[in-house]
Design a protein around this ligand. Sequence first.
Ligand code: NIG
Ligand code: FE
Length: 410
Amino acid sequence: MTNSHSWQTLYINVNLATMTDGGNSYGEVNQGALAIAEGKIVWLGKEADLPSYDASKVKVIDGKSQWLSPGLIDCHTHLVYGGNRANEFEMRLQGKSYQEIANAGGGIVSTVTATRKASEQELLASALPRLTALHQQGVTTVEIKSGYGLDTVNEIKMLKVAGLLADELPVTIKRTFLGAHALPTEYKDDADGYLDIVCNEMLPQVVNENLADAVDVFCEGIGFSLAQTKRVFEAAASYNLPIKVHAEQLSNLGASELAANYDALSSDHIEFLDEAGIKAMKKSGMTAVLLPGAFYFLRETQLPPIDLLRQYQVPMAIATDANPGTSPIHNIHLMLNMACTLFKLTPSEALAGITCYGAKALGLDMSKGQLAVGFDADIALWNIDQPAELCYQFGVNPLSALYQAGKQVI
Ligand code: NIG
Ligand code: FE
């Protein structure tokens, strides 16, 4: 803990949702205070316990009984892409399923065509309003996946654009290489040939240019088989890159269990996850990422196994899954609400899902997602009377101020 003489900003008269208790509670501190120095949280606690400080040297802010929480974390998005899929939305409303549309050459592959056509500048320009929306809702960290290029040049292009977004907005971007998202049409009947390119050409270049923090695979009937997924995990492991997986979204192929063998960070979607998968995830310390936007948008009826995840104490993160096909939703507050209404999470579990456990799903749990001494000063100030309001209503933005690494950005 630093000496109070080095404090730069001090919030007083504020309530804290520290999120240091997992989803069990908000980790509340009422009538609290919080000090920032050099981009980190350096003191927090009851205002009555504040050590003496030199008020002429510190910027003291009266929080007016509002609430501070960690900056929000959206740990699963695909928000860099070309075009949109409103036409498929109409098809689905006429009764076609996501699988039928994918099998007829629509779905992910149609976004691939549009993404390949788009220049870096065009992709950046279309992604910026999506990221801006999240930022204005209090999001300070976003994960962005590739996966709509499906060839070396375009996968690299997507990851570069994702990186460029961090120059445009004060948001920490974590990038995930998702070359194994779908089969491009040129490899229609040759998944193994495509995976040769993913593992032996794309991945080495991604690593060489330091373009990704993790590797993801869409393991599904309309994606890649378990054996194919294993190939990509092996390649990722050989470069010491952490693994994430789109798993058990439409069926249970056992991808979460496989990922657990590779000490993966997270398994995402997981509506069809079973107890064996949950046990394996618990054992290896994985996070379950719940994506209520995709569940809602696809009108899924199979609920993720929330009670079992609770029983085995597998941490649950929540994310937007922002993407053009299954979750064209760029609203993290709506995800909080949906996590509660659709998945029956408690509001404190939901908020943990986009703070401490969102951080854990990205391997950032020692520096982000909690209000704790030594953690990054990514902090949101909310004009609310109680934290559950963040889950209860959406559409009116309660954000009063936002800090990234100690710097006020809103
Ligand atoms: O997370 N499941 C695979 N990937 C995305 C969907 C991408 C798309 O349809 O464009 C998802 O739901
Ligand atoms: Fe996804």
